[in-house]
Ligand binder design. Structure first.
Ligand SMILES: N[C@@H](CCC(=O)N[C@@H](CS)C(=O)NCC(=O)O)C(=O)O
Length: 201
């Protein structure tokens, strides 16, 4: 059975959500955060000391979006848009937007809110928040007249991006989401699989 090393609000939520959408069996393993300091024995599982790690027998993944693709593929799921299917380019665009474009300002906000006091500054927090909202504006436009980000159906691209929106919720900026983003976030949170995953992570 696949094992998911997770911590609350970490990117492990993406993997747990994917597994729940597929009704696939898994074993969640809670890790103390940040593992580098709180749980050094975790370093033999993930040498970077980051969360998440997905372990499937001898196979180990510690990129959350790649792990979601792996989980979907391995379980014969329909949460990806594969080569030749309509919406493939949009799928790739938004799947990666969630991690590569949305997460840097969110990560900076996490550090500016919870990191060591001596490296925090209100200006840096404000700059990260402004960058986040600049990047959310593209999602706002993309969702005009759409329920999902790619291919008119729920996919891993939604899991990738909605995870970032949920982190924004933890950072208390969700009340400032623009209408399409706010409605989309509510739709995503209403999914039973999201709720099952979020209840543990
Ligand atoms: N690109 C990686 C990023 C992993 C990552 O940065 N994880 C964060 C938690 S969400 C972490 O472990 N941070 C603590 C650290 O880097 O020490 C992924 O998508 O899984």
């Amino acid at each position: 059975m696949m094992k998911v090393y997770f911590a609350p609000f970490a990117r492990s939520l993406r993997i747990l959500w994917t597994l729940e959408e597929l009704n696939a069996p898994y074993e969640p393993v809670r890790v103390q955060f940040p593992p580098r300091l709180a749980q050094p024995d975790y370093l033999h599982i993930n040498p970077l000391g980051q969360i998440p790690t997905l372990v499937d027998g001898e196979t180990k993944l510690f990129e959350s979006v790649g792990a979601c693709e792996y989980v979907n593929e391995t379980n014969g799921g329909d949460l990806a848009i594969t080569a030749g299917q309509p919406g493939r380019a949009d799928y790739l665009q938004w799947l990666w937007y969630g991690e590569a474009t949305l997460m840097p300002p969110l990560g900076a906000m996490v550090r500016q809110s919870f990191g060591p006091e001596e490296s925090r500054s209100p200006a840096a927090l404000a700059e990260a928040k402004a960058t986040l909202f600049e990047r959310l504006a593209l999602i706002e436009a993309r969702l005009e007249g759409r329920q999902y980000l790619a291919g008119d159906r729920f996919t891993l691209a939604d899991i990738s991006v909605a995870y970032g929106l949920n982190l924004g919720g933890m950072l208390r900026v969700a009340a400032e989401y623009t209408p399409n983003v706010a409605a989309y976030f509510e739709r995503m949170k209403a999914r039973p699989a999201f709720q099952a995953a979020a209840a543990q992570a």
